[in-house]
Design a protein around this ligand. Structure first.
Ligand SMILES: *Cc1c(COP(=O)(O)O)cnc(C)c1O
Length: 228
């Protein structure tokens, strides 16, 4: 049966990625437990996700609030210890849904959104860990706070809005050496006392781990190619 073959390969790819994380951590003297694997399940239906859950993975990432809201509440009823990360852009009109579903939001990128998250967490009595997305390559088409505005942004979130920023996230420009961007994010995070570094995807997570990633966001290396 085709589905059994693909289930087996999803689980073997997951285990391969876990091994590679461990090996990369070992090479730079880090503890593998300090690196969280976020399995990025965007575009994949519950059927594809289930074998990964059965293999023990509990931390997942999605990039669209609506898609995640359609798919995860049913799975969460079965797996209560799930941890869900929003890794894609968040519009303020989706903040209510996002706060209700996600445990960690990686894409805080403007004060209006920070304020809406703070208000909504209070309203729902939820605490959501918030990371600021940093546009390390200063790409005009990409969202995220520019590096030279980050210290001020984090200060405003903390002091004016009362929203604690736990870390930073970046998506390096496609045609550049990601190591430079990971190193920049690490430097900016350290300067601001942020402990979480969300960086590294399927093709560059080993480099990200060497440069201090505490969370790696890995989709296609586990679930296979997406037809988006
Ligand atoms: C899709 C996505 C990923 C995962 O990408 P892969 O190359 O499939 O590992 C990571 N981060 C973000 C923000 C994404 O949108």
């Amino acid at each position: 049966m085709a589905s059994e073959v693909s289930e087996a390969s999803v689980v073997s790819r997951l285990n391969g990625v876990l091994q590679e994380i461990k090996a990369a951590a070992g090479r730079c003297g880090r503890h593998p437990a300090d690196i969280t694997l976020i399995a990025v399940s965007k575009t994949f239906a519950a059927d594809a996700i289930r074998p990964v859950l059965e293999a023990g993975q509990r931390v997942f990432g999605e990039n669209r609030v609506q898609e995640a809201t359609d798919k995860w509440p049913a799975l969460r009823a079965e797996y209560e210890d799930l941890v869900l990360h929003l890794i894609g852009p968040l519009q303020t009109n989706k903040v209510r849904q996002a706060v209700a579903l996600f445990d960690v939001i990686h894409s805080v990128d403007r004060l209006k959104l920070a304020q809406a998250l703070k208000d909504e967490c209070e309203r729902q009595g939820r605490s959501v860990r918030c990371l600021v997305q940093v546009n390390t390559g200063a790409e005009p088409q990409k969202s995220g706070i520019l590096p030279d505005q980050l210290d001020d942004f984090i200060g405003q979130c903390r002091d004016r809005i009362g929203l604690e920023i736990a870390g930073g996230m970046c998506l390096p420009p496609v045609n550049e050496n990601p190591a430079l961007h990971f190193a920049l994010l690490e430097k900016l995070a350290r300067r601001n006392g942020l402990s979480e570094l969300s960086m590294g995807m399927s093709h560059d997570f080993e480099t990200a781990i060497e440069l201090g990633a505490s969370m790696v966001r890995i989709g296609s290396a586990i679930f296979g190619p997406r037809d988006e």
